[in-house]
Design a protein around this ligand. Structure first.
Ligand SMILES: Nc1ncnc2c1ncn2[C@@H]1O[C@H](COP(=O)(O)OP(=O)(O)OP(=O)(O)O)[C@@H](O)[C@H]1O
Ligand SMILES: [Mg+2]
Length: 236
């Protein structure tokens, strides 16, 4: 079976003109279809940068990044955006809900962008609103929702188009422990039901336990937990 994500020799620097600082340095990663991978690592180690590159939000500077048989290096901004909209669900570190859209319209935005009819959007919305326990909140706007509720809406929005890959950047970071657990089991269940691959960035070892594999972002590379312990950088 082909890989969901296949990365080799990826490097990425900000401030490329003056003094480049390599946040990602010759990184490799392979994620199979249906795989759940947790990425941990210190603040500022480049976890969000990596997810943004995989999700097509940041262009590939050097190395090779393949996502679902598309080589991102050769794709324009527009084509990367199209790929993200059709095949990737992105749960951002900040929930990024659209304040002027109600819950229902926030969740169905990926379908609206893909040109689905109002009717098919409503049909897809119902089971997902039930799954996130917000069946009677579709007409509310994000500003009246609690943090956990907003995060559930963000998860529903990331999954409504049944993406092959879900990229989740600290999906439980802003929540109390119990809400975090609830959100995580919801995300885990929905991802498994849809057989999506999940790349999950987290600071929590407890959260990372849902994954098939845990990788540590360290000095611009992804290490296994064993490798990371060997070089003494497992503190994050
Ligand atoms: N657009 C940007 N321009 C310049 N520097 C950036 C930019 N985005 C991120 N950085 C820097 O790159 C480094 C990695 O940032 P990134 O957001 O990927 O880290 P992270 O591992 O997700 O951290 P956290 O756990 O705090 O979310 C940081 O030092 C950050 O300041
Ligand atoms: Mg981050």
């Amino acid at each position: 079976m082909s890989d969901a994500v296949s990365i080799s020799g990826l490097s990425h620097a900000y401030n490329r003109s003056s003094k480049p600082r390599f946040i990602v340095d010759n990184l490799s990663l392979d994620v199979s279809m249906g795989d759940i991978v947790a990425i941990v690592g210190r603040s500022g180690s480049g976890k969000s940068t990596l997810l943004n590159i995989i999700g097509g939000l940041e262009p590939v500077q050097s190395g090779k990044v393949r996502v679902l048989n598309n080589t991102l290096n050769h794709m324009s901004d527009t084509d990367r955006t199209a790929l993200r909209r059709s095949d990737i669900g992105f749960i951002y570190q900040a929930f990024n809900l659209i304040p002027t859209l109600n819950v229902a319209d926030n969740i169905t935005l990926p379908l609206a962008l893909a040109g689905h009819t109002t009717r098919s959007r409503t049909e897809a919305l119902k089971p997902l609103l039930n799954a996130i326990g917000l069946e009677d909140r579709g007409d509310d706007y994000p500003d009246v929702l609690s943090g956990g509720e907003q995060q559930r809406v963000a998860i529903a929005r990331a999954l409504i188009h049944k993406p092959a890959i879900v990229l989740a950047d600290e999906p439980t970071g802003n929540l109390d422990a119990q809400s975090g657990r609830n959100i995580l089991s919801l995300l885990d269940a929905l991802v498994k039901e849809q057989r999506s691959s999940l790349l999950l960035v987290t600071h929590s070892l407890e959260v990372a336990q849902v994954a098939d594999r845990i990788l540590v972002m360290s000095n611009g590379k992804l290490l296994t937990a064993e490798e990371s312990q060997l070089n003494g950088s497992l503190a994050w």
